[in-house]
Structure formats: structure tokens, C-alpha cells
Design a protein around this ligand. Structure first.
Ligand code: NAP
Ligand code: GCO
Length: 288
């Protein structure tokens, strides 16, 4: 097999959780281009319907259903339906996730629990559901959605950082326990990517000036830009393919260099350099 063939996903069934838009949809489109059959779930019916429409427009015959990754009974039914209608799942991307930006001393327990349930327990539930078949077929790929917050903290994201830090260790533990069955579990560690989840951090001020957090992230990123979902597609395909069969338990950071750079004074940034880019981003749907 030539080296480029190793990056193909022909004949594989790939399940990307929470893939009606954002990074999940980007991963799914990349996998479809690499030859995989796409399976996805979401929890909001309207977003799910829009996502299915988007896949159809892109010429992708995706299989999908409403399924909450925190509900084990729903996940088990979803996996059984996929196995019956599409085939056994070869690739699982635990992409579904939320964030709550609340100072920890003001955070209600229910908000903490919801973030932990979706961002950490959800990947446990979904991985547990697909592992039996992967063990039986002696192959499988599980890819988790880690984050800068798997390594760093910041104000207001305590639950998210705890979940993403835990997800890094869950990645290592799935590697440790199931590597013997030729199952690889790795994680994508995106930096700051322009999606609905981060839209509030880029919203311009009432006077039209740049959001201070936008300026901060650009001053912390050597490329002085936010990542785009397209930036992550190649890594997602690599980690889902045979090309990464001897990589296991790793979090691969794809962050434009943030984690390697102390950053510069945000006031040194020339805002005019980014005006066109910020305009071009358009009005990505803002989430809370
Ligand atoms: P996003 O735009 O907020 O999309 C999250 C997706 O997860 C949505 O489709 C959402 O569906 C779905 N979801 C939420 N709760 C769910 C549940 N209980 N069951 C099933 N699906 C659920 O997020 P994103 O920016 O694309 O990020 C995707 C993943 O990458 C997340 O895990 C995030 O933490 C991680 N990440 C993102 C960044 C970034 O800068 N964007 C950086 C590092 C890591 P609904 O809309 O229907 O609720
Ligand atoms: C935040 C952001 C980050 C990104 C991402 C960074 O509020 O700091 O939402 O958490 O989502 O996780 O890698």
C-alpha cells in the first residue's frame, strides 16, 4: 500500500458526535472526502435537521439521529441502530461538547454537572458503546475533543477545564486498556477556533471595536489569527486512518502555536490588519 493510501477511510463507518455544525461537521466532511460513511447525532432537533440538510447539499449521505450523549440508553439504542442500518462503527469522534463561562464561586452545581456530563461522561458512554465491536474486530479509532483547557486554566471555565483535563486522561486510559486490540485512542487539542462555541469571545464591542478577548487571543497566537474548522480536517483524517496506527494515547495540539508562545502586548496589535478577516467571518451563531 502506498503511503497516501494509508490516509484513506474507504469502507469505514465514522460516528462523529454533535456534528450538526462546527468542528464536528468539518470532521465529518473530511471523513466523507476520505471515503468514510458518515454517522452523526445531535440533541437539538432544529440543529439536527439543518445539519442533515447541509450534509445532503454537500452530497454526503449521512445517517443520523437525535441522541443525547449523556443518556446511556439513547446511546446504546443509537449504536444498535447504526450497526443494523449502516454497519459496525470503526471510528468514533467524541466531539459533542458545551462550555459554561461562569466564575466558579458563582457557578451552580447543575451547570458544573452539565458540563462534566456532556464533555467527560459523554465520551465515556459513547466509547463504552463502541468498544465491544472494536475489540471483536481487533481494530478501532477513538478520537476525543480535548482543548487548550486540557493543559491550561483561565477565569470562568472551571468545569470545562476539569472535563477537558479528565478527557486527556481518559484518552490515555483507553489507549492503555485497549491498545492490545489494535484500538488507538488519541485526542485533537484545538486552540481557539472560530465556531459558534467561541463566537461570544469574538463579538465586537458596542462601538464596533475588537472584542478584548479577540485581541488577547491574537496577541497569544504567533499567526495572529483564530483557527478555522478547515485547519483541523487534515489532523482529524490522519488520526482516523491507518497512517496513525502506531500513535496512541496522545493529545495533538493544533493551536497556531499558542501553547509555545508567551505572547505579545495586545496593545501592540494593529487592528486594521484584521478588519477584513473579522468582517469575512460573518455572523456565526452566538451561543451562551
Ligand atoms: P459547538 O459549535 O458548540 O458545537 C457543539 C456540538 O455539540 C453541537 O452540535 C451541539 O448540538 C452538540 N451537543 C451539545 N450537547 C450535546 C449532547 N448532550 N448530546 C449530543 N450533542 C451535543 O462546538 P465546537 O466549537 O464545534 O467544538 C466541538 C468540540 O471541540 C467541543 O467538544 C469543544 O469543547 C471542542 N473544542 C472547541 C474549540 C473551539 O475553539 N471551538 C477548541 C477546543 C476544543 P446542539 O447545538 O444541538 O446542542
Ligand atoms: C474559552 C474558549 C476555549 C475554547 C477551546 C480552547 O472560553 O476559553 O471557549 O475553551 O473553546 O477549548 O482550546
Amino acid at each position: 500500500m502506498g503511503v497516501m493510501e494509508k490516509f484513506r477511510l474507504d469502507g469505514k463507518v465514522a460516528w462523529i458526535t454533535g456534528a450538526s455544525y462546527g468542528l464536528g461537521m468539518a470532521y465529518a466532511k473530511a471523513y466523507a472526502e476520505a471515503g468514510a460513511k458518515i454517522v452523526f447525532n445531535d440533541v437539538n432537533p432544529d440543529n439536527f435537521a439543518r445539519g442533515m440538510e447541509e450534509y445532503k447539499k454537500a452530497g454526503i449521505d449521512a445517517y443520523g439521529a437525535i441522541c443525547d450523549v449523556t443518556k446511556e440508553d439513547q446511546v446504546e439504542k443509537f449504536v444498535k441502530d447504526v450497526e443494523a442500518n449502516v454497519g459496525p462503527i470503526d471510528i468514533l469522534v467524541n466531539n459533542a461538547g458545551i462550555i459554561k463561562r461562569i466564575p466558579m464561586h458563582e457557578m451552580a452545581l447543575k451547570d458544573w454537572q452539565l458540563v462534566i456530563d456532556i464533555d467527560l461522561t459523554g465520551p465515556f458512554i459513547c466509547s463504552k458503546a463502541v468498544l465491544p465491536h472494536m475489540i471483536e474486530q481487533k481494530s478501532g479509532k477513538i478520537i476525543n475533543a480535548c482543548s487548550m483547557m486540557s493543559e491550561f486554566g483561565r477565569e470562568t471555565v472551571s468545569a470545562y477545564a476539569a472535563a477537558k483535563g479528565g478527557l486527556k486522561m481518559l484518552t490515555r486510559n483507553i489507549c492503555s486498556e485497549y491498545g492490545q486490540y489494535n484500538i488507538q485512542c488519541n485526542a485533537i487539542g484545538p486552540g481557539y477556533i472560530a465556531t459558534p462555541q467561541t463566537a461570544p469571545l469574538r463579538e465586537r464591542q458596542a462601538d464596533g471595536s475588537m472584542n478584548p478577548f479577540d485581541r488577547f487571543i491574537r496577541s497569544k497566537t504567533p499567526a495572529q489569527r483564530w483557527g478555522h474548522t478547515e485547519d483541523l480536517m487534515g489532523l482529524a483524517v490522519f488520526l482516523a486512518s491507518e497512517a496513525s496506527d502506531f500513535i496512541n494515547g496522545q493529545v495533538i495540539y493544533i493551536d497556531g502555536g499558542i501553547s509555545a508562545y508567551i505572547g505579545q502586548d495586545p496593545s501592540n496589535l494593529d487592528e486594521s490588519k484584521f478588519a477584513a478577516e473579522v468582517e469575512a467571518e460573518g455572523d456565526i451563531k452566538v451561543k451562551d
